[in-house]
Design a protein. Structure first.
Length: 87
């Protein structure tokens, strides 16, 4: 049982070290592109619902969600960069 925990702990340690190297190697452009892609993935279903619904309330609500999400993109990138610099 103790050997399993030691092996697991070593694997976690190696995974963290690898993640640190990958994150530290990312530049601002790559982070912005990743965030933009993720935001599109989140907002696309909202856009699709706006196009297909007849409900003015759903259209208004989804448009508000999309606006908030898009306006927060810069803050998301800045927070990711700040956290990477802490590594």
């Amino acid at each position: 049982m103790r050997i399993d925990k030691t092996i697991f702990d070593k694997g976690v340690e190696l995974a963290k070290a690898h993640a640190d190297l990958v994150l530290k190697g990312m530049d601002t452009t790559a982070i912005e592109e990743w965030v933009r892609h993720e935001l599109e993935r989140v907002t696309q279903p909202l856009e699709d619902e706006i196009k297909t619904t007849k409900s003015w309330w759903v259209k208004l609500r989804n448009r508000a969600y999309i606006n908030v999400i898009q306006q927060s993109a810069g803050a998301i990138v800045a927070n990711i960069e700040k956290e990477i610099k802490k590594l």
